[in-house]
Design a protein around this ligand. Sequence first.
Ligand code: PLP
Length: 408
Amino acid sequence: MNPVALRSEFPLLRRYENGKRLCYVDSAATSQKPQVVLDAVRRYYVEDNANVHRGVYDLAARATQDYEDARAEVAGLVHAEPEEIVFTRGTTESLNLLALSYGGQALGPGTNVVTSPAEHHSNLLPWQQVALRRGAELRFVELDEAGQVTPDAVAAVVDGGTRVVALAHVSNVMGTVTDVGAIAAIAHRAGAILAVDGAQSVPHMPMDVRQLGIDFLAFSGHKMCGPTGIGALYGRRELLAGMSPVYYGGEMIEEVTLTSATFKEAPWRFEGGTPNIAGAVGMGAAARFLQEVGLSEIHRHETELANAAADGLRRIEGVTVYGPEGHRESGVVTFNIDGVHAHDVATALDQHGVCVRAGHHCCQPLMRRLGAASTARASFYLYNDAEDVRQLLAAVQATKEFFRRVAG
Ligand SMILES: Cc1ncc(COP(=O)(O)O)c(C=O)c1O
């Protein structure tokens, strides 16, 4: 993998910000888009645009083919079958759909959902709310010292009443990687299913839902070099087949009378209304692009950069780095400059051309546990290189010195 050559495939990264080389290290928030994805979306609109699954003319058939080809590409990325991929607006919608449909059917008094205090709000609130409505219990796994969810901690809270274990594969704050394969086995032994929030893993590492035993997997197009407003929910075929739709309307029906309706098979019964066809085409192109670059290579490359950044940040006196002490297994590095609000850090880093995320990262319960109202987060991806690490470290050093001087 050649990150310099790769970088040139992303038009936005050729830009310079504040007179500086653009150091974009906020890919956990959203990724930049390569030319092949931009071209695929444009080509769809210029050559094939029509509504899907309805028209009987050639143009409409091509649009439907593009949309279904994209489903197959996305399925291939996670080693699923195309019929096991529901297109959604993103991870948030995927998890809501899952909680409302599967959770709505499986949960009730005497049952429980097991999750962790480290979840993104998108994987907490849907389960919290459906559990409240259905009279089910929401149980939390105890995190270890490093903020990690371990299989042992999951086994300690799962019991015969557990219907769903819902966990992130990679934490968007700590960058920790959860052993979802071992946890799937624990969930299945208890008769529960494992739902994985893959927002921070699918774009960054090889993913095989069959091998890992994952029952549901949610992910977003925009975090994997694809467009915004598109994502996917993978569901094991037998499970999707037993689930009721959540959105009712056009596209998803077989037959409708004034008082009743029958619905298409999965995944189409979950895709009521005109879908984001161009978004799906872009997500399909992104899935192909990532596989061509190689997910193992991407993972190796970005973890190398994240480890170099974490080591460098730890060497700057007055900087606190969160997450694993030892080797990092993801591209996420969260930190604070002591005595400086993370928003001020991010604004100051911007003056050096460095884009990082700052805030609570949609993980308020975890932030309370860390004892930090907010943190700054650098997250690396395939288009970053050693120069990005150098630029980040120099900017953090300069920012720290600036605030020391201002504080006098
Ligand atoms: C771990 C995790 N889960 C869920 C989400 C929500 O993703 P989206 O906003 O694309 O729905 C994010 C986004 O930052 C995330 O990092």
